[in-house]
Design a protein. Structure first.
Length: 278
């Protein structure tokens, strides 16, 4: 994988300095060190979790970030239209435009701690799935591990949570998605009006506690009509609160339980974006 990436970068005149990660959180440290040492470009070969770590180390700096597809779902690469072919994505970078974008920021815990995210924050049902995924199984079968774990929830009621948007609410649901991207899981679209170029989240909430209802919602996602289904509410905002002890995930990584405040931080990151993205 690394050889293909460096070969593709070499064809467009980019010779990177290779810095491997060796543990969870290490990418954030490496990104901070690179920013402080005067790096003029940061490239990440990895999945959305690794990209999230790097973005946390680069947030509020002026260094551009470019992504190469790796990992399990590659949501950001798919959202940007880079696809999953590493060499082709590497060559695409030469045509990308640096754009200043907002980052999401989640604050939770006691004492409160904050973390940035690029793609999405999920509360409730999908975060519970992320929590329950066996990481050895995920390493073996990739995205199928999430589908299998989601199906295993069919015998359990979905735990309710309360969400407030811009000080209103609470609104009771079983799953809330605050998204900056249309893509979900690499293959699907839930927040179809979201964009990295906008200064808001598209917030999609799903009501109900019966697990079979969420299978019905997923059929709406597959047929691209979920926003018109009963029990689904779509709104846009730059801030929301999870008011109850709900499971939470950001960019596909589990981050604990609420309550939590989720807000947008405008102009927090420079991202290399293909000119066709809009």
């Amino acid at each position: 994988m690394l050889a293909h990436a460096t070969a593709g970068l070499g064809r467009v005149g980019i010779v990177p300095r290779l810095i491997p990660t060796d543990s969870a959180g290490h990418a954030t440290e490496l990104a901070q060190e690179a920013v402080n040492s005067g790096a003029d470009l940061m490239l990440v070969l990895g999945g959305d979790g690794t990209i999230n770590e790097v973005a946390n180390g680069m947030a509020l700096s002026d260094v551009p970030l470019g992504v190469l597809p790796g990992g399990t779902a590659n949501v950001l690469a798919m959202e940007l239209g880079l696809g999953s072919h590493i060499e082709r994505a590497a060559e695409w970078l030469a045509r990308c435009i640096p754009r200043r974008i907002a980052l999401g920021r989640i604050t939770s815990g006691e004492p409160p701690a904050s973390r940035y995210f690029l793609l999405m924050c999920g509360a409730g049902f999908d975060a519970r799935v992320v929590y329950d995924v066996d990481h050895r199984f995920k390493a073996a079968v990739g995205k199928m591990a999430y589908w299998w774990t989601g199906l295993s929830q069919i015998t359990h009621s979905v735990e309710p949570l309360n969400v407030g948007v811009n000080g209103s609410g609470p609104h009771t649901c079983g799953f809330a998605l605050l998204s900056r991207v249309r893509n979900y899981g690499g293959d699907l679209e839930i927040a179809r009006g979201a964009s990295l170029l906008r200064d808001n989240f598209e917030i999609v909430t799903f009501e109900g506690s019966q697990p079979l209802r969420y299978a019905w919602y997923m059929s709406g996602v597959l047929f691209r009509c979920v926003e018109s289904m009963p029990g689904v509410r779509v709104t846009a905002s730059d801030r929301a609160e999870v008011l109850t002890q709900a499971h939470l995930q950001i960019d596909g990584e589990y981050v604990g339980r609420g309550p939590a405040t989720i807000e947008l931080v405008p102009g927090a990151l420079t991202l290399l974006i293909p000119p066709t993205y809009g």
